[in-house]
Write a protein that binds this ligand. Structure first.
Ligand code: ATP
Ligand code: MG
Ligand code: FE
Length: 347
């Protein structure tokens, strides 16, 4: 099927078009720059930007795919989780299109969409299931056991406070680096010694691993960095920014990969899929590759344009639902900012 996907859960207006499992176009307009002076995504600003970008992005995606809007078989749209106001813009646009074109609509889960991105990865055959998926972005840090993309996704664990990307952004701010902080920390850390300062690995002590084996916590780490930097400053000493960045990055990468591979081992699943903006991180990628190989786990990281929020992954999840014979959603669904990952499609 020819499916058009609409994604507006955070700060990316994403429109993607797929035919079956083939990517035809993937247009992304980001309002990231508009959030820079606030140091994080401002929901109201993101929603307004979606409204402005929606029609241009739609036109561009259709042109790049070389199709006409009337050719599409269905529309897929992110219903949640995400920012309410931002989601509503995408949901509204998708419903309007569905009514105007008289096409079926599939209201789908953003996180499961991230997993579906793997199918569009041009670099090789997508994973078979079951697969463990680690999704790390500015809004999410989730570990999933995917037994079947369209019918069986289990949440193994998630962050109990900040998302990993959020921690990167906050620590960057502490170090006086601009937003978004992830790429900045990554760059600065390259010149630092990751073992100079040992920062805490959240929820990794034996006792925590009993109750929170697959959960994450990054707010303690952020506070530890803040306190460390403060103490240096109070003592009138220079802050070794590169070492702090490297130590922090190491702590995040370590805990992410340790827990993801523990999930693979516990469930006897020799496949790990990474998704979300934080997988751009050089150390996360390096550590994942190293340790996955040692553990005999196959690792997949789709190209970054499919890892960060995009419409193509949403279109692909829609296509998979259609190919599996699922009925479309009825038009009375609405955006759900806290949609659980087990709700793959909202009817
Ligand atoms: P959502 O959480 O809904 O998927 P988002 O917009 O927060 O939305 P992405 O756009 O996928 O998610 O990712 C953005 C996040 O990724 C930011 O927090 C950013 O700092 C982080 N990030 C980007 N590049 C890197 C990097 N090289 N290292 C670490 N973090 C990074
Ligand atoms: Mg984003
Ligand atoms: Fe996302």
């Amino acid at each position: 099927p020819l499916v058009l996907g609409i994604e507006t859960s955070c700060d990316e207006t994403g429109i993607g078009i797929v035919r079956g499992s083939t990517l035809l176009s993937n247009t992304i307009a980001s309002s990231m720059d508009e959030h820079a002076r606030y140091g994080g995504v401002v929901p109201e600003v993101a929603a307004r930007a979606h409204l402005e970008e929606m029609v241009p992005a739609l036109n561009q995606a259709v042109a790049e795919a070389g199709i006409s809007l009337n050719d599409i078989d269905a529309i897929a749209v992110t219903t949640g989780p995400g920012l309410s106001g931002a989601l509503m813009v995408g949901v509204g646009a998708a419903k309007a299109l569905a009514v105007a074109l008289d096409k079926p609509i599939y209201a789908v889960n953003h996180l499961v969409g991230h997993v579906g991105a793997d199918i569009l990865d041009p670099s090789g055959t997508p994973f078979e299931y079951p697969t463990i998926a680690l999704l790390v972005s500015g809004g999410h840090t989730s570990l999933l056991l995917v037994r079947d993309l369209v019918s069986d996704v289990e949440l193994l664990g998630e962050t109990i406070d900040d998302a990993a990307g959020e921690a990167f952004d906050k620590v960057a701010r502490i170090l006086g680096l601009p937003y978004p902080g992830g790429p900045q920390i990554d760059r600065v850390a390259a010149a630092g010694d990751p073992n100079a300062i040992r920062f805490p690995r959240g929820l990794s002590r034996p006792k925590d691993m009993e109750k929170h084996r697959y959960d994450f916590s990054f707010s303690g780490l952020k506070t530890a960095v803040a306190r460390w930097v403060e103490q240096k400053q109070d003592a009138g000493l220079d802050v070794p920014v590169a070492d702090v960045a490297a130590g922090f990055r190491e702590a995040v990468a370590d805990v992410l990969i340790t827990k993801a591979l523990a999930a693979c081992a516990d469930h006897g699943v020799p496949r790990l899929l990474l998704g979300g903006g934080v997988v751009a991180n050089a150390r996360v990628r390096e550590l994942a590759a190293e340790r996955a190989e040692k553990a005999g786990v196959a690792l997949r990281i789709p190209p970054l344009s499919l890892c960060t929020d995009n419409g193509a992954m949403i279109a692909e999840l829609g296509a998979q639902l259609i190919m599996a014979g699922h009925a479309p959603s009825t038009l009375d669904f609405s955006a759900d900012s806290t949609l659980p990952v087990t709700d793959i499609q909202v009817r």
